[in-house]
Design a binder for this molecule. Sequence first.
Ligand code: NAP
Length: 554
Amino acid sequence: MDNHTIHQVDAVIVGAGFGGLCAVHKFREMGLKIQAFEAGGDVGGVWYWNRYPGARVDLPSIDYSFSFSPEIEQEWTWSEQFAAQPELMRYFNFVAERLDLRKHYQFNTRVDSARWDDARQLWVVRTNRGECYEARYCIMATGPLSVPKEPEIEGIARFGGQILRAARWPHEPVDFSGKRVGVIGTGSTGIQIVQEVGKQAGELFVFQRTPSFTMPMRNVPLEPAYVAEVKRHYAGIRELARNSNVGGVRPQSSRPFFSVTPAQRRALLEDAWLQGGLAMLGTFADLMQNEQANEEVAEFVRGKIGEVVDDPATAEALKPRGYPIFARRPCLDTGYYETYNQPHVHLRDCITDPIVSITEKGVRTQSGEVELDVLIFATGYDGLTGALLAFEVEGRDGLTVQQKWKEGATSCLGIMMHGFPNLFMTTGPNGPSALANVVRTSENDVDWTAAAIRHLQAHGLSSIEPSAQEEQAWMDLVHSLAPRTLLSKAKTWYVGANVQGKAPGLTMFTGGFQKYREHCLAAIHKGFSGYHFAQKRERERAADASATVENAAH
Ligand code: NAP
């Protein structure tokens, strides 16, 4: 590639996860000239990196898939209710090949900077390979969970054994047999790792700071008759998903917790526990609003932990307390608590016995040193904002995203930002993000962006940007809804509490996916009335007109 050439395209797309692939497909169909970049070696986004044993989606596979291609819906068949990472990667590969998307990507390439040139009304995008692209539109499909959070423990470089990071897992299989393995972190990732590595390791030490609530996934293979039924009704299933609170088809209830007797509540919870998955969350309407109802459900799950785990002290340490259930991402497991009944699995409670440092031989806690051959970090992500803050994004008048988000992420619909014309995000902060199915949100955000670009094309405009008032109105709504849920009552990545120095606050739209979609559609139907536009200059209009004539001639 010639590093002195400035490449001219219509749109640069960053990321090859669900948002990026969807954007490449959509904008190519619109006839835009696109160039896409991906830091990983292939498509897959977060699933490309997270190859750890046990990695598996916690939403039903049939929901966790693209809806924009009826052909792909019919040709692809999911094998399990909750697909494992290798099957998800096969799906990404299938989609990329079927739609011939790879040819638009440069893999193993990071975007270093994106700068808006207001005079020329375009983004100047530079990569770590020294290339420069100029594009009218820039789509950041960088994902809510793509920048791993460093564990912030002293001495990691000293460790003489093998270090593995969940979010940068090696492509080759790792053999844990006979080894002394440590896992730091017990969120969704750590839980999935512990239950798998516990089957192989000689000794497994789990360093737990905050215990998570986890419920049985009860994953099953998908029977051919069920798959055929789903394929017959995909259009309806998608419509239901788009009009649901979570962007997916799963049980929801309008029943308040205390509207039924204690015996009925118990029976419903037992039933949900047996059903598995996120059935419990859909059994009552008010679990994320009513603190007392939430605590009763939390106590029910603590009771289950006590029933499963043999050693009372271990069971007690595994029981989460002090924050509402579901305020941390609810985990779905397959035998997680049972893992602790095996004599070679040891829970180390880092609240009563904090980690002091990593040593040459292992992990030193206040009470002593645990010697290890392998140390696994499942310590989470700089969620929602980390990806966009990781490189230089400079909008109008030199405003950077770092400056804009100093006091917390602000945006309009989680898609655009005042000060950043023609920059579009998928699953961005202040959208529903982690609270809804990211595939549905990605598709929604790409469709919205396509509508905005069509609006520009139809009216001879060169750029779109939300006004300060429009963005503020959206943020006022996001902020007014957030306190109505219990989500802020746990210290999680949802509220930025896991990253030192990060502005605290719940930067997600908590009004539900359906409402979010309504707001997005309303902006389109109102002709983007709260947005500023720039007019194309005469020279550009003439160039557009001759391109149209040329295209028509071909
Ligand atoms: P996470 O939920 O943020 O959990 C990180 C864990 O690391 C926490 O237990 C945290 O403890 C611990 N930790 C961090 N620094 C530590 C330190 N210095 N010492 C001890 N412990 C430390 O991250 P995650 O598990 O990677 O999950 C992130 C999100 O990814 C999930 O919420 C979910 O949305 C998604 N995910 C989904 C799936 C799935 O679909 N099945 C699987 C994996 C992940 P503290 O809480 O005390 O800080």
